[in-house]
Design a protein around this ligand. Sequence first.
Ligand SMILES: C[S@@+](CC[C@H](N)C(=O)[O-])C[C@H]1O[C@@H](n2cnc3c(N)ncnc32)[C@H](O)[C@@H]1O
Length: 276
Amino acid sequence: MPLSPTATRELLHQLEHLPNKKLGQNFLVDGNIVRKSIDLAEIGPGSAVVEIGPGLGTLTRAILASGASLWAVERDATLAAHLRTNVLPEQPKLQLIEGDCLDYPIAALPSEHAESGYKIVANLPYAVSTPWMDAVLSGPLPQRMVLMLQKEAADRYVAPHGSKTFGAISIFLQAAYKMHSRHLVSAQCFHPAPKVDSVLLRLDLKEDAVHFPKEIRACIRRIFTLRRKQLGSLCKKEATPGITAWFEHLLSKGYSPSIRPEEITYQDWCELLNFC
Ligand SMILES: C[S@@+](CC[C@H](N)C(=O)[O-])C[C@H]1O[C@@H](n2cnc3c(N)ncnc32)[C@H](O)[C@@H]1O
């Protein structure tokens, strides 16, 4: 396992591979962070786990060492070939596909595992973390996610209503997940060191998780593209009886007619489902 910057540089040299910035190739080189990710995930024999972007296979091997079964998706052809040659043959519990996580948000996880409870453990490619999360939220929802993320994205996921970063993704995530823990991770834990701050986040599925259907997620996303406008005029624009009735319900609860979308709590956004 290349758990030092030197070993990682050597392996990349052997593979004649330069880390690709566009694919967010910042490889983990810190054993403590790998261990922490596995501890937070609480996985073992019998667990079904999905990993996005296994890269050189560092986190991958640690997940497999726990005894879990793993489904992974890697977009980079060189890294996927490395994993097929050097990791797959010795790891019967690994299923790897070469592809884009936006097309395969939970890799090739079979539907029986997706329905009966699975976890996601990943050091995400930061550029696609939000559209990927949106795809994951289409369901079936994972029981737990332990994710390395750009701090800015993590902040949006857990932003409280009323803050500038509260948006559609905050509503969908907070309706379904509770944040168990959030740790800042130093840039020195990666090779090459990223220029942005990173956070390790654990999210656990709530017992009373609320799942927004696709059309309602699209409607809320449209509303948040005009987040500085008054919610009343945005609801009028949407022009559906459900959203009009929901807005009237908000007014009856004491919200001001000039309220903006970001000032509504995620719980009140969840009530939209009772009207649609
Ligand atoms: C931050 S690195 C993590 C690598 C490895 N898991 C680790 O922790 O060292 C992100 C990984 O995601 C891969 N990747 C980037 N975009 C992807 C996409 N759209 N779909 C699947 N994998 C992607 C990169 O090639 C890279 O291997």
